[in-house]
Design a protein around this ligand. Structure first.
Ligand code: A2P
Length: 339
């Protein structure tokens, strides 16, 4: 117990999970400082019989801090991450602010722990949808190689923060009037137009790029290549928001380099750490987001061969986006550093 830890965005959907998981995993923290905006300074948060008082985030907050977890949005990371590093902290950043910077490792501990070696004080936690996909595909890639990935996501609202969870909760009560529900947050707080998420599916997560892809889709595409250290890997994504509270699902099509079988892919996944095979169609066993909530693992099922391509396979990948997709992966990065 020798580390001074700070959580920036401690009152948020991910920040609160970081605190819970630090305690649950007995992370060697001497102190945990809860940081958020001025609005919530003074708020008390009680977890595990202990009460933490939230403070406003200022540059001086990071004096004496060893590890700072950031999960308060990209602009806050851009404003404070370097202040934290300057004061001697290692920053583990959950936002997209630094992920593609060349000197910033982008890490999923089961996939590329060695990327941590060259860090300059900031380590990026990948996008939630990227993390669960690469964690599940790593054992397949290791054994058979992967040349192409086409992914469609079915993402939960908690990935858009606690206001988006509240918005789904409110809208879900309006079954009779569902075609005239008013929306303020989703698909993205900064978008020009908003659409209801209840009783709907929104094919927009984050804003659009000139390419016609959304930034969320581009994150999945670019981050996957960086984590797998394979710029030639063909990856394309379609990201969709659904009225699910927590748990992202993904329909993933892959083409392997080597000829293989569904059975061999299943056993590769079964022997990987952090990944659980739930694949028995005859008993209706397959992963679902409702039952992945609160779980640390990435769940994989519906593995089947594409009838049109000799090396094509489909998989269904589900994980808790706030845990493996965010808080848990960040803490696993910290644990890797402490080792
Ligand atoms: P606050 O509760 O004070 O607004 P979520 O991802 O669930 O929307 O949470 C966002 C997190 O980011 C919250 O903890 C929020 O704190 C925090 N946050 C928002 N603006 C700032 C800011 N200017 N400085 C520090 N933290 C911020």
């Amino acid at each position: 117990e020798n580390l001074n830890v700070a959580i920036v965005g401690a009152t948020g959907a991910v920040g609160s999970k970081i605190l819970e998981k630090l305690i649950e995993r007995k992370f060697p923290a001497k102190t945990i400082k809860m940081l958020a905006s001025k609005r919530s300074a003074g708020t008390e948060i009680s977890v595990g019989g202990q009460t933490y008082i939230v403070e406003e985030t200022v540059p001086e907050s990071f004096e004496g801090i060893d590890i700072a977890f950031f999960s308060a949005g990209g602009s806050i990371s851009r404003k404070f991450a370097h202040e934290a590093v300057k004061r001697g902290a290692v920053v583990i950043d959950n936002t997209s602010a630094f992920r593609m910077d060349e000197d910033v490792p982008l890490v999923v501990p089961e996939v590329n722990p060695s990327a941590l070696k060259g860090h300059n004080g900031i380590i990026a936690n990948p996008n939630c949808s990227t993390i669960q996909m690469v964690a599940a595909l790593q054992p397949v890639k290791e054994k058979f190689g992967i040349s192409r990935i086409i992914v469609s996501t079915y993402q939960a609202v908690s990935g858009a923060g606690s206001e988006a969870i509240d918005e789904l909760g409110e809208q879900s009560k309006q079954f009779e009037g569902r075609s005239s529900i008013k929306a303020e947050i989703l698909p993205s707080a900064s978008a020009d137009r908003h659409f209801p998420i209840a009783f709907n599916a929104i094919p927009q997560i984050d804003l659009f790029d000139d390419s016609g892809y959304t930034l969320e889709e581009l994150k999945m595409m670019n981050e996957t290549k960086k984590i797998f250290e394979d710029q030639k890997l063909a990856v394309s994504a379609t990201c969709v928001r659904l009225p699910v509270v927590t748990g992202h699902s993904e329909s993933v099509y892959i083409e392997t380099d080597l000829n293989t079988t569904v059975e061999d892919i299943r056993s590769a996944i079964e022997s990987a750490s952090g990944v659980v095979l739930q694949d028995d169609p005859s008993s209706q066993v397959y992963p679902m987001p409702l039952y992945s909530e609160g779980k640390d693992e990435v769940f994989v099922g519906r593995i089947r061969k594409d009838p049109n391509h000799p090396n094509g396979f489909h998989l269904w990948i589900v994980a808790d986006n706030l845990l493996k997709g965010a808080a848990l992966n960040s803490i696993q990065i910290a644990e890797e550093l402490v080792k």
